[in-house]
Design a protein around this ligand. Sequence first.
Ligand code: HGY
Ligand code: MN
Ligand code: MN
Ligand code: MN
Length: 414
Amino acid sequence: MAASAQNLRINGDRLWDSLMEMAKIGPGVAGGNNRQTLTDEDAEGRALFQKWCEEARCSMGLDQMGNMFAWREGTDPEALPVYVGSHLDTQPTGGKYDGVLGVLGGLEIIRTLNDLGIKTKHPIVATNWTNEEGTRYAPAMLSSGVFAGMHTQDWAYDREDAEGKKFGDELRRIGWCGEEEVGARKMHAFFELHIEQGPILEAEGKDIGVVTHGQGLSWTQVTVTGKDAHTGSTPMPMRKNAGLAMARILEKVDEIAWSHAPHAVGAVGHIDVYPNSRNVIPGKAVFTVDFRSPDLDVITDMENRLRVAAEDIVDEMGLQIQFERVGGFDPVKFDGDCVAAVRGAAERLGYSHTDIISGAGHDACWINRVAPTAMVMCPCVDGLSHNEAEEISKDWAAAGADVLFHAVIETAEI
Ligand code: HGY
Ligand code: MN
Ligand code: MN
Ligand code: MN
């Protein structure tokens, strides 16, 4: 890249202002965000992103999963675009930066190129992937998964939220169901900027994470069935307490994950007991086991051991159990050339950096299956995310976006 290009930087103030503006949409109750997928707040955030992209003279595309594409022309009509983006949907108690930094970082690249009057050979497309979080509609990364051919669109449209509302119906209801066939777009490369959502970069005093791999993920929904009964008049030996069985299984999840520490993690974040009444012994418990590891064999071992342990627990208590895999993907190795572009950019720009494996799942983990892909990470305060207190510094956001910018313009060729 020409020496003069080395000094190019994004506009950190403008990026920060846009982050704060977007954060006003779907505010949480404690300073973060609750802009869940396919809600009216999601629609509002999409409209703001589209408005900004149109102001940046992008032409907008929208596919049948609601994935948004803001296209900036390149000089070579034959050259495949470089895509850059992440997700605007948040957790119910999410932060202001998870996903949003990557979407607005992509837009900031386009805004900066416009400011500088620079044209790239390959077009550049800023992207918002629908339903990355997977909270309202499991699994996570649903739409990038359909784009990468991992799920059918019909299956995705039939996913139901806790109130029984279908994904496809809600996408149409908010008016963000496009005409474009999902996955028809071909990419020269895809880059995603994301906060680390863990403690490593901050603890090591590094500005940039060069993401070489993403750990694999497994979500198993477990349903334990016992018998509703009176908490007062039912003798202990007669009880079929699904809630108690769940508690014993949760202990096993923790034990199994610890047995593979530090390279594996496990938790249960979604729990429902029925009928969830103070004086009824729960006759049913439904919960999702989240196992992760960079090693697929470790994930498989944790899944198998959990099933055996859970079946032993329910057999002993005279209850029934069902398992349903509701999400997951194998560990991911990102594209060597794209990772080198990220690492080279951090080096040239003088940002401290370290190679890192992503603990969280990202749209890049699926897009990596259909296009050369890499990620840039920036630190977050106390490694905290999926919490309204999620926080980053303006400098970290700007450093991450600068590295993203240089990796993208190197790949898109200025
Ligand atoms: O679950 C994940 O890792 C991502 O935040 N959806
Ligand atoms: Mn995210
Ligand atoms: Mn997230
Ligand atoms: Mn090229």
